[in-house]
Design a protein around this ligand. Structure first.
Ligand code: GLU
Length: 468
């Protein structure tokens, strides 16, 4: 049988980290077994579903590279099918119309609570054979005894007594079919073999299994993924910062870093931390998914992102960092300089935003210096040393690393001072204190005119400070 999995988000918000992890695990399971992956948008809640959320979900999937073989399917386009199934269940006596008023149900609930019983529908309309003319909901006739047993691929065997389950509403008064019905019809019609989803749905699964049984349909396997906690141990929520996947895009994370991070949220393979897509696809196994919740750890995500920024093709990183440079007001292109800047700076950045910030000085002059660095570098004979080295740099016929290096060395020799006496103020004058690579590479990339202009500015700043 062909393996087929699905991701079935409700478009009532963005694609968040938990949803992306569910999508990834479903996708990996399908890919690992050479199966198919389906995207289904569960948009039956007309009030809360929005096109903006649909777009954000599609965008997030696309950015992460979670491609689907079928879909996106939209549940709102399948109402006729759901209604046909519901009508068939009524006809077969497997579902019934219920006209219980809100007040009656509320009263029942209060009585049950007062008697310390679990609130559940009491089957009042089960055998009343109500016709279609009065306003009504449709309820599924859940078996009264016996139990539902299934083997969760993550949690192991789960048993629930039918007495715990009541007669679930499968169509509301307004004619809208409900989640537990639509999900069963879709998973069946779409040929889903493993339903992989968050464990917030685990209580729905026995109800869904009863529906499969009533309909005489083959029951898929189920895997419920443990929830994700924030750094502070509480369930991951908006409070924990960027929860929308596209926020990570905006904050300068690479999709492979987020995927690598997500795959380790609840799954492991020995003690390996870094997984290429090919490796995770080869090794992913639902039976190795942790039963316990996993915790979100921003430091680890940053560490992975830095790893991927450092090891990716520099031309690709240049492409990706460009919009972040533009956002700082730097107009440039992906050219040799930008690629060289990326290579020079990238081991010092854990996001593309940070990479852009620490690379701005290659393109932009600045008025402010890092206070600590300036205090240390701009003192003593700094102005004199800067003047001396600037004259040497101005004279160079060839602005290349080697002659630049030689000019600084000559200046140090002629001034008869330690290397740092010239190099330190020169570096701060040119970078403002941003992290930077070898001095000659830094100067080479900044360019002669900007170097001389900034050295001038630093000399003025130092004289100013001495006058103050
Ligand atoms: N639409 C449901 C949700 O977003 C998921 C349903 C499922 O995976 O069965 O929570």
């Amino acid at each position: 049988m062909t393996i087929k999995t699905r991701f079935a988000p409700s478009p009532t918000g963005y694609l968040h980290v938990g949803g992306a992890r569910t999508a990834l695990f479903s996708w990996l399971h399908a890919r690992r077994h050479g199966g198919d992956f389906v995207l289904r948008i569960e948009d039956t809640d007309l009030e809360r579903s929005t096109q903006a959320s649909v777009d954000a979900i599609l965008q997030g999937m696309d950015w992460l590279g979670l491609d689907y073989d079928e879909g996106p399917f939209y549940q709102t386009e399948r109402f006729d099918r759901y209604n046909a199934v519901i009508d068939q269940l009524i006809e077969q006596g497997l579902a019934y119309r219920c006209t219980c008023s809100k007040e009656r149900l509320q009263q029942l609930r209060e009585q049950q609570m007062a008697a310390k019983q679990k609130p559940r529908y009491d089957g009042h309309c089960r055998d009343r054979e109500i016709g279609p003319d009065e306003p009504h909901v449709v309820r599924f006739r859940n078996p009264l005894d016996g139990e539902v047993v299934f083997n969760d691929l993550v949690r192991g065997p789960i048993r629930v007594a039918n007495q715990e389950l009541d007669d679930l509403i499968i169509r509301r008064t307004d004619g809208a079919p409900t989640y537990n019905l639509t999900v069963v019809v879709d998973d069946h019609d779409m040929g889903i073999t493993q339903v992989i989803r968050g464990d917030d749905h685990i209580n729905n699964t026995p109800r869904q299994i009863n529906l499969y049984q009533a309909l005489g349909w083959e029951i898929p396997e189920f895997a419920h993924l443990p929830m994700i906690l924030g750094d502070d141990g509480a369930r991951l929520s908006k409070r924990h910062g960027a929860v929308s996947v596209m926020q990570y895009f905006e904050d300068g994370y690479l999709p492979e870093a987020l995927l690598n991070y997500l795959v380790r949220l609840g799954w492991s393979h020995g003690d390996q931390e870094i997984f290429s897509l090919a490796e995770m696809t080869e090794w992913f196994d639902l039976s190795a998914v942790n039963k316990a919740p996993s915790s979100f750890n921003t430091d680890k995500l940053n560490w992975l992102n830095q790893h991927y920024i450092k090891s990716a093709d520099p031309a690709r990183i240049a492409e990706l960092v460009l919009p972040h440079m533009n956002a700082l007001g730097i107009q440039t292109n992906v050219d040799d300089k930008l690629i060289a800047v990326v290579e020079a700076q990238r081991e010092r950045a854990s996001t593309l935003v940070e990479l852009a910030e620490i690379s701005a000085f290659y393109y932009q002059d600045f008025a402010e210096y890092d206070a600590k660095a300036a205090k240390k570098a701009f003192k003593g004979d700094a102005a004199k040393c800067l003047q001396h080295v600037a004259a040497k740099l101005a004279e160079l016929s060839d602005w290349q690393r080697e002659p630049i290096h030689q000019a600084v060395a000559d200046s140090v020799g002629e001034l008869d001072v330690g290397f740092g006496k010239v190099a330190m103020p020169l570096r701060i004058a040119v970078t403002g204190g941003s992290p930077s690579p070898d001095l000659d590479l830094t100067l080479y990339l900044v360019g002669r005119e900007a170097v001389l202009r900034r050295v001038d500015q630093a000399i003025r700043k130092i004289s100013q400070a001495t006058l103050d």
